[in-house]
Design a protein around this ligand. Structure first.
Ligand SMILES: NC(=O)c1ccc[n+]([C@@H]2O[C@H](COP(=O)([O-])OP(=O)(O)OC[C@H]3O[C@@H](n4cnc5c(N)ncnc54)[C@H](O)[C@@H]3O)[C@@H](O)[C@H]2O)c1
Length: 383
């Protein structure tokens, strides 16, 4: 399929994240991959990049790259432009990695996936780097094997995305409905919501509340949601970007066992008797069955390596292998839809101040998001 055994990448957007991807490729941190070109509409960003990375071709319009000799592009620009640019590269028959989130609105993601279907020979992935965390992969395997029995409850605490005002002030598109399309939920928690949907699927309804605590931003930095699954299981989610010393902790409980997943370790508790049997067989007292605990770790060396954008390198490495040898993608772009449905659903429930059901009412969501963008424009004009 490829003339050379090395994949030639171009990076679209060399801001904070695009520069990391470009730098990793430039430094040959991904086998059989090289950086062929970068593109940014900001002359300043291109200049800054070129000074530190001599020899890389620089472009100021992605359109100029459509007919270039490249095999794949990584799109690392603000959210609303992800799919506009991706559509152009699909039509130019280039393989694509799209930064998360796939886009802002579920309906646009759905349309994009329909278009993607027409190009089955192209690989299109999403940068869901947290999927490379071996604990989440193990958790998926354990749940699938039935180790927890029927899932009844899950709690996700995501408070490890601390962002001060300076972070938002640094970049005008951040934490705005017009530029980013949402706040902490869409930008940061999309990673964990992807993990949640890959472990437990999509809920049938959502009741939520979002708010902004101690920041001069229009979008949220605090989220509370209750989600209900088809079998009646409940997931409660709390996320914030204003708590110091935050954590990321997911607990999933079923009638046969419980998983507690932290940042670098996970414990599986399994019971000798299912809760259903325990309840029936306990004729007096409080009831208890034997419990076993099994511990899993991220692995200290891997954790250190991954902490400096190592997970992102793993996604590009997997993508390269998928192009060269047909390896399965860790995160196909189609899977970008699932977390987006929950995220849009949490916003909608909060804006409507009521429980909403999924599948999402795309028209209502679009209308309400448009309202938020208009409010924001009025607010900016009044300042
Ligand atoms: N996977 C991760 O861990 C991770 C971490 C941070 C950011 N991101 C994602 O990466 C993307 C970029 O975020 P960032 O923090 O680097 O933002 P950024 O603002 O630092 O960089 C974006 C760059 O894109 C450029 N740009 C804008 N429109 C463009 C266009 N049409 N063509 C070419 N360049 C264009 C801007 O000039 C800017 O240099 C976002 O989707 C964000 O959510 C992912």
């Amino acid at each position: 399929m490829f003339k050379s055994k090395r994949i030639k990448y171009a990076i679209i957007g060399v801001g904070r994240m695009g520069t990391v991807h470009a730098h990793n490729l430039y430094k040959k941190r991904v086998s059989n991959a090289r950086l062929a070109a970068v593109c940014d509409i900001s002359a300043l960003a291109l200049d800054k990049f070129a000074k530190k990375h001599p020899g890389v071709e620089c472009y100021n319009k992605h359109e100029d790259l459509l007919n270039c000799d490249i095999d794949a592009v990584i799109i690392a620009v603000p959210h609303y432009q992800h799919l506009t640019i991706a559509r152009d590269f699909i039509k130019a028959k280039k393989n694509i990695i799209i930064e998360k989130p796939l886009t802002v609105e579920l309906k646009d993601a759905q349309e994009f996936c329909k278009l993607k279907k027409k190009y089955p020979d192209l690989k299109i992935a999403i940068m869901y780097n947290q999927r490379t965390n071996p604990l989440y992969a193990k958790a998926k395997e354990l749940i699938k094997s039935g180790a927890l029995g029927e899932i009844r409850r899950s709690n996700f605490i995501i408070t490890n995305w601390y962002r001060p005002d300076a972070y938002y002030a640094n970049n005008s598109w951040r934490a705005t409905y017009c530029g980013e399309g949402g706040g902490i939920l869409l930008n940061q928690c999309v990673h964990q919501l992807d993990i949640l949907t890959s472990l437990l699927g999509t809920p049938v309804n959502i009741d939520s509340r979002i708010s902004t605590i101690n920041r001069s931003i229009k979008t949220e930095n605090d989220v509370t949601a209750i989600m209900e699954y088809k079998n009646g299981a409940i997931c409660s989610l709390s996320a914030s970007g204003h708590e110091q010393n935050g954590i990321c902790r997911l607990e999933i409980s079923g009638d046969l066992g419980r998983l507690v997943i932290g940042k670098c370790k996970m414990v599986l508790y399994t019971y000798a008797t299912s809760e259903i049997e325990l309840n029936l067989s306990t004729l007096s007292g409080y009831g208890r069955s034997k419990k076993q605990a099994k511990h899993y770790r991220y692995g200290i060396l891997r954790l250190i390596r991954d902490s400096i954008y190592g997970q992102q390198i793993r996604i590009i490495d997997n993508f390269t292998k998928s192009l060269l040898n047909g390896a399965d993608l860790i995160a196909d772009a189609n899977e970008g839809i699932n977390a987006l449905e929950i995220i849009n659903g949490i916003y909608l429930s909060s804006w409507c101040e009521k429980k909403i059901s999924l599948p999402l009412d795309n028209n209502l969501f679009s209308k309400m998001l448009e309202g938020k963008r208009n409010e924001e424009k009025t607010y900016i004009l009044k300042r």
